[in-house]
Ligand binder design. Structure first.
Ligand SMILES: [Zn+2]
Ligand SMILES: [Zn+2]
Ligand SMILES: [Zn+2]
Length: 444
């Protein structure tokens, strides 16, 4: 059966999407031998005459219903990598595995909510309350509340290293890439093996998610797991070895930025104090806890920093945008640096609203777990099976059935309210399946 003409995922319900893509068109199932039209689906009988397709964004700030689907899929994917399922053997739960957080260094003191032994303590107390060269206090004795507007604000915006902050964000994906390479070398060194010998015996699998701190820099949370060439890693590949290798690699990698007029080249590295904790199905940090945490961050971007949820265009008046003052300075720095020779490849103007970060928010190594695509294909298969069983869609009809689809894009948003009487789309009409099946991959 030829199915290529159907845009994958085109024929499905919008699942409560707030900003669906609206399609106009039809799908014909034709008997290749006789030319007989076996089945026709057309959007004519849909409400408003169009078929709404979910936007499928991962961003909760843009479409909560679609982001919820993405979050649930990410949870399944992450959890399968920790305790098995979805085609991953349950024995992965016995592999050495940690949840590591790699943070950015300091670019100047910011107001922060600090806790010690369950008590909130003073933000930045400094003996003698010193002042900076701008005459601003370098000390803050406040105990900041969770929703305090000061959180993430520099103690002195004049002294804060905005350049370093946006360059770090821009270089963070490269820093991560170098970290993963160095981690393998570090494991080899600790195990007394050559890089090649290590690769034959051990595989490093990971899944990582980026999170913005309120001060406007990204940090990464990563699940890092050791596997063998088939499943179990060799006995010498212990949790201790993995932890030591991560610490070594995170401390060793750096990225050098090119010098530009007025901006000397600098060396960017991770901040100190990497948090590395073992993940297990029984310990403090369980598979479900980690999966829930990663899945939550996979649906976010930079919005928690108070930035704009879209690209900055030349038409924007930066001073008028409804954003935090600290964020305004970081965006302005992205735009300023983008005009300097040497920084072109960082595309800082295009990613100014992300405060310089242009990387992916969630990534994984190929071997970590199943894929989002596989989870979506599973769901689509269930929809198709249901639709066929309910007589709403033709079943597989052999090699001679041709499926011809004609789609056109008509707009974005909620379909116009239909004035058509409800009976015109009643279940008695074979050409209008109530639950059109389809794949779930990106259709664009
Ligand atoms: Zn949506
Ligand atoms: Zn403070
Ligand atoms: Zn200052």
């Amino acid at each position: 059966m030829l199915t290529a003409p159907i845009p994958a995922g085109a024929v499905r319900h919008a699942g409560g999407c707030l900003q669906p893509v609206l399609l106009l068109g039809r799908v014909d199932h034709i008997d290749g031998a006789t030319g007989e039209l076996l089945h026709r689906y057309t959007t004519v009988h849909e409400p408003g005459g169009v078929l709404p397709i979910a936007c499928k964004t991962r961003r909760a700030s843009q479409c909560p219903p679609c982001a919820e689907v993405y979050r649930a899929d990410t949870y399944q994917l992450i959890r399968a990598g920790l305790s098995g399922g979805k085609g991953i053997p349950a024995t992965v739960a016995t592999h050495p595995c940690v949840f590591a957080t790699l943070t950015a260094p300091s670019f100047g003191p910011v107001h922060a909510r600090r806790e010690k032994n369950g008590r909130i303590i003073a933000c930045h107390p400094r003996r003698g309350d010193p002042a900076c060269p701008d005459g601003r206090p370098q000390s803050c004795r406040q105990r900041h509340g969770r929703d305090d507007a000061l959180l993430g604000e520099p103690l002195c915006p004049g002294c804060y290293d905005h350049t370093g902050s946006v360059l770090f964000n821009a270089c963070a994906p490269e820093l991560w890439r170098r970290f993963t390479i160095t981690l393998r070398r570090s494991l080899a060194r600790q195990a007394g093996l050559t890089n090649k010998a290590l690769a034959a015996q051990l595989r490093v699998s990971y899944a990582k998610v980026a999170e913005y701190q309120r001060r406007g820099v990204v940090h990464f949370h990563a699940i890092i797991r050791l596997d063998g060439p088939s499943t179990a890693p060799p006995a010498w590949a212990t949790l201790e070895l993995l932890t030591a290798a991560i610490t070594q690699a995170a401390g060793a990698v750096h990225v050098e930025t090119p010098p530009a007029p007025g901006v000397p080249g600098r060396i960017l590295a991770w901040g100190r104090g990497h948090d590395i904790r073992p993940v297990s199905t029984t310990g403090d940090l369980s598979d479900t806890k980690v999966a829930a945490y990663v899945a939550k961050y996979a649906t976010k971007a930079a919005e928690c920093t108070g930035t704009l949820d879209r690209r900055i265009t030349p038409a924007d008046q930066l001073a008028d945008l409804p954003i935090r003052e600290h964020v305004r300075r970081l965006i302005a720095e992205c735009i300023r640096l983008s005009k300097l020779p040497g920084f072109g490849s960082l595309r800082l103007a295009a990613w100014a609203h992300m405060l310089g970060f242009s990387g992916h928010f969630s990534t994984k190594s190929r071997t970590y777990s199943t894929t989002l695509g596989a989870l979506r294909a599973d769901r689509a298969r269930h929809q198709r099976e249901y639709a066929i069983a309910a007589g709403l869609w033709p079943g597989p009809g052999g090699d001679t059935i041709l499926v011809l689809a004609h789609w056109s894009f008509t707009g974005r948003g909620q379909p116009p309210v239909s004035l058509r009487p409800a009976t015109s789309s009643g279940p008695g009409r074979p050409e209008r399946p109530d639950l059109p099946p389809g794949g779930d991959a990106r259709w664009t």
